[in-house]
Design a protein around this ligand. Structure first.
Ligand SMILES: O=C(O)[C@H](O)COP(=O)(O)O
Length: 319
C-alpha cells in the first residue's frame, strides 16, 4: 500500500502510516510527471498540501487512486466533487492548523502596527547617522488593545482569531453568511473559562466599523471580495490581513489604498500568482509578507500528519 506525499508529510504522519504497513514516498514529483509516477508505482493514496494540483487529468489518469488527502484546510487545488463522483475518498484536516494560522494573523498585526517589516528591511541598509531618522519614522506605532477587529469568516480559524483578540482586550465584530452567532469559549491562565457570544453582522457593517480586518474565507469563484468599493467604506487608517487565499483581495486596489493612506498597513500570507508575489507587493514598505506559511508550524504539521494517518487507516479499515 503506497502513499505518495507529494508536498511532504510530517514525520508524525510518516511514522503512523509506516507502523500500519504503508510505504510512504515523499518524492516531489513535478506536476507533468505525476500521472506516470502514480501508475508506475501503483500509488493508492495521494497526499498534497496546496502546491500540487489534483485536477481531472490526474483523477482520470490514475485509476489506482483510492484516496486523495489534503494536509490542510483549503481544497481549492483539488477537483473534489469530480474525484468523489469517481468513487475516490477525498479527505482534509480542517481543525489541525487553526491555532497556527490565527497566531500568524497576530504576527502580521503586531508587525504592521509597529513597522517591523519595514525596519527589518531598512535597518541593515542604513548608516549610523540614519538610525535616528528611522526611529522617527517608526514613532507612530499603534496598540491593538481597545481596538475593534473585524473577522470575516467565523469558521475554526476565525473563531481562534476571536479568542486571541478577546485575550488581548480587543473588541470583536464578525461577518459570516453561514454562522449567525458564534459562541466562543475563552480560557485564561487561571483556568477560568468565559463564554462569549459574537453575533455576526453584514460584511459592510464590519468593514465600516473595524480598525483591523482579517479575512478567513475560501478561494473566491466570483471575483474579489475586497476591492476598491470595499476599501472606500472602511475606516481611514484601517489595517487588513489576509491569511486565507490569494485573489480574495484586489491587489491593485490594495496598493492604491496603502499609497493613499486609507489603509495603514496590510499583512499578506497569500497573494495572486503564488508562489511569486508581484513586485509592488514584494517591495511595499506597508506590507508584512509571508510565503503562505499559516499552517507551517511544527505543531500544526504534527497534527496534520497524525490526522491524515488516522483517516487513511480508518477508510482502508486497517487496525
Ligand atoms: O488551506 C490550508 O490549510 C493552508 O492554506 C495551508 O496550506 P499549505 O499546506 O500549502 O501550507
Amino acid at each position: 500500500m503506497k502513499v505518495l506525499a507529494n508536498d511532504g508529510l510530517d514525520q508524525s504522519g510518516i511514522d503512523a502510516l509506516t507502523e500500519k504497513g504503508f510505504e510512504v514516498i515523499t518524492a516531489k514529483v513535478p506536476q507533468e510527471f505525476l500521472v506516470d509516477y502514480i501508475n508506475e508505482h501503483k500509488i493508492r493514496t495521494l497526499l498534497v498540501r496546496s502546491a500540487t494540483q489534483v485536477r481531472k487529468d490526474i483523477i482520470d489518469g490514475c485509476p489506482s487512486l483510492d484516496i486523495i488527502g489534503r494536509g490542510g484546510v483549503g481544497m481549492d487545488n483539488i477537483d473534489v466533487d469530480y474525484a468523489r463522483e469517481k468513487g475516490i475518498h477525498v479527505i482534509n484536516t480542517p481543525s489541525a492548523s487553526s491555532e497556527s494560522v490565527a497566531e500568524l494573523v497576530f504576527a502580521h498585526l503586531f508587525s504592521g502596527a509597529r513597522f517591523l517589516q519595514d525596519s527589518n528591511r531598512k535597518m541593515p541598509l542604513v548608516g549610523d547617522t540614519e538610525f535616528a531618522g528611522l526611529k522617527k519614522a517608526y514613532a507612530a506605532g499603534i496598540e491593538l488593545r481597545g481596538k475593534t477587529i473585524g473577522i470575516v469568516g467565523m469558521g475554526r480559524i476565525g473563531q481562534e482569531v476571536a479568542r486571541i483578540a478577546l485575550g488581548l482586550g480587543m473588541r470583536v465584530v464578525a461577518a459570516d453568511n453561514n454562522v449567525g452567532k458564534a459562541s466562543i469559549k475563552v480560557k485564561f491562565y487561571n483556568n477560568q473559562f468565559i463564554n462569549v457570544d459574537i453575533e455576526t453582522e453584514p460584511l459592510q457593517e464590519v468593514l465600516k466599523h473595524s480598525d483591523f480586518i482579517t479575512l478567513h474565507v475560501p478561494a473566491q469563484k466570483d471575483g474579489y471580495m475586497i476591492g476598491k468599493n470595499e476599501f472606500e467604506i472602511m475606516k481611514d487608517g484601517v489595517a487588513v490581513v489576509n491569511c486565507s487565499r490569494g485573489g480574495v483581495i484586489d491587489e491593485a486596489a490594495l496598493i492604491q489604498a496603502l499609497d493613499s493612506g486609507k489603509v495603514r498597513f496590510a499583512g499578506l500570507d497569500v497573494f495572486i500568482n503564488e508562489p511569486t508575489p508581484s513586485k509592488e507587493i514584494l517591495g511595499h514598505s506597508k506590507i508584512s509578507l509571508t510565503p503562505h506559511t499559516g499552517a507551517s508550524t511544527l505543531e500544526a504539521q504534527d497534527r496534520i500528519g497524525l490526522s491524515l494517518a488516522e483517516q487513511i487507516s480508518s477508510i482502508l479499515q486497517i487496525q
